[in-house]
Write a protein that binds this ligand. Sequence first.
Ligand SMILES: [Zn+2]
Length: 101
Amino acid sequence: MIHALLSAWDWLLSLTGANFEGGRVYGFWSGFAGSNIAMLGGIWLYLRHSNCIKQRCWRVGRHKTAAGHPVCKHHNPELRGRSGLSGDEIDAAHEAAKARK
Ligand SMILES: [Zn+2]
């Protein structure tokens, strides 16, 4: 009876790949941790690519300067220290963009 249980346990371990020598550590790194590290690396690359161009600024660069640099709201020369554009400024920018077309 005990022998049958042990062999069933061995069979289960062999299915999960955990009974290889050092298998638990290897399984951990190749499975769970490996994919998480790859995912974190992807997130890091995305943030690095999309964040504000100002040195050591960690914010997402959602605004473009006139020169085309992606910057955050705090480092955009036209939005600095403000919560956004006024209605008149939005209207003026809209009309100016239409005139350029
Ligand atoms: Zn910034």
